[in-house]
Write a protein that binds this ligand. Structure first.
Ligand SMILES: Nc1nc2c(ncn2[C@@H]2O[C@H](COP(=O)(O)OP(=O)(O)OP(=O)(O)O)[C@@H](O)[C@H]2O)c(=O)[nH]1
Ligand SMILES: [Mg+2]
Length: 258
């Protein structure tokens, strides 16, 4: 589809991100003026919704905190219902620079078979040193590597940044994720579901920053709990009824809106 006609929605899950969300919305409007920006305020008790709206975003406020999975899923359902061609997930804490989005979109443009592009902190980028940008803290990087190795085996392709929430999804895969997006710590499991269903995943290098304000959700000591939980979710994901769903005419787009 030509650049002019393609409808793009940026989905920003945000929980108490009043410090960073304004800048995130502004950057997106500056670098991607053709896109709509939707902030999904996940029951924040600060002024996230108010500030995002004032910065020019569409805002959907969930009645109470449902967690990152439900927040992203809300955005994906909105994108599917409103016929967006591409949905881009961007964190509300400023970790995902808007200027890194055009390379994600370029991958979709140049590769018609690709359904989901992940922005990877760990792929070398031509012309930029590999160590550029923020790549998470020491212990979390060990976890990231373990996930990357396991998910690469399951998905039968080399994936380096399976916990990255910086992603662009297009077409039918938006409806698929809108229906099946996992609840807790969803990024890793979503890749397994996509692969099982037959969607094509690709990574491309991006540079990320440290969060630009607010507080991280990941608490010390939760690392092991997180890893066990994600691996259990992945194992269950392998048994889900999503196998081979890509292109199933009885499933999409009608049932994508369940
Ligand atoms: N923590 C948390 N974040 C949520 C929730 N709902 C939506 N989010 C948003 O999801 C995005 C990712 O959450 P982060 O806490 O930044 O997770 P992370 O990027 O893996 O961790 P950091 O590297 O420490 O920032 C942020 O924009 C959050 O505001 C929720 O219930 N809890
Ligand atoms: Mg973050």
């Amino acid at each position: 589809m030509s650049e002019g006609k393609r409808r793009i929605l940026c989905i920003i899950p945000a929980y108490n991100e009043e410090e960073a969300v304004v800048q995130v919305v502004r950057e997106l409007r500056e670098h991607l003026p053709q896109a709509d920006v939707l902030v999904v305020d996940d029951g924040s008790f600060d002024r996230t919704a108010e500030r995002a709206r004032a910065a020019g975003a569409l805002v959907c406020s969930l009645a109470f905190n449902l967690g990152i999975g439900a927040a992203v899923q809300t955005g994906l359902k909105y994108a599917a219902r409103n016929g967006y061609d591409v949905a881009i997930q961007v964190d509300g804490d400023g970790q995902h620079p808007a200027e890194e989005i055009p390379p994600l979109l370029e991958v979709l443009e140049k590769n018609s078979e690709v359904d989901v592009v992940i922005g990877s902190r760990f792929l070398p980028s031509p012309g930029r040193p590999v160590q550029d940008g923020f790549k998470s803290t020491g212990t979390r990087r060990i976890g990231i590597r373990i996930f990357a190795a396991a998910i690469s085996v399951i998905c039968r392709q080399r994936l380096t940044d399976t916990t990255s929430g910086f992603r662009a999804t297009r077409g039918e895969a938006i409806g698929f994720l809108g229906r099946f997006y996992p609840r807790d710590y969803p990024e890793v499991e979503a890749l397994v579901l996509l692969h099982q269903a037959g969607y094509v995943i690709r990574e491309t290098p991006v540079v990320m920053r440290e969060r630009q304000g607010g507080a991280s959700s990941i608490r010390l000591g939760h690392g092991l709990y997180y890893m066990i939980k994600v691996f259990m979710a992945v194992a269950l994901g392998l048994l889900k009824e999503t196998k081979g769903l890509k292109g199933d005419p009885t499933t999409f787009p009608r049932r994508a809106l369940d």
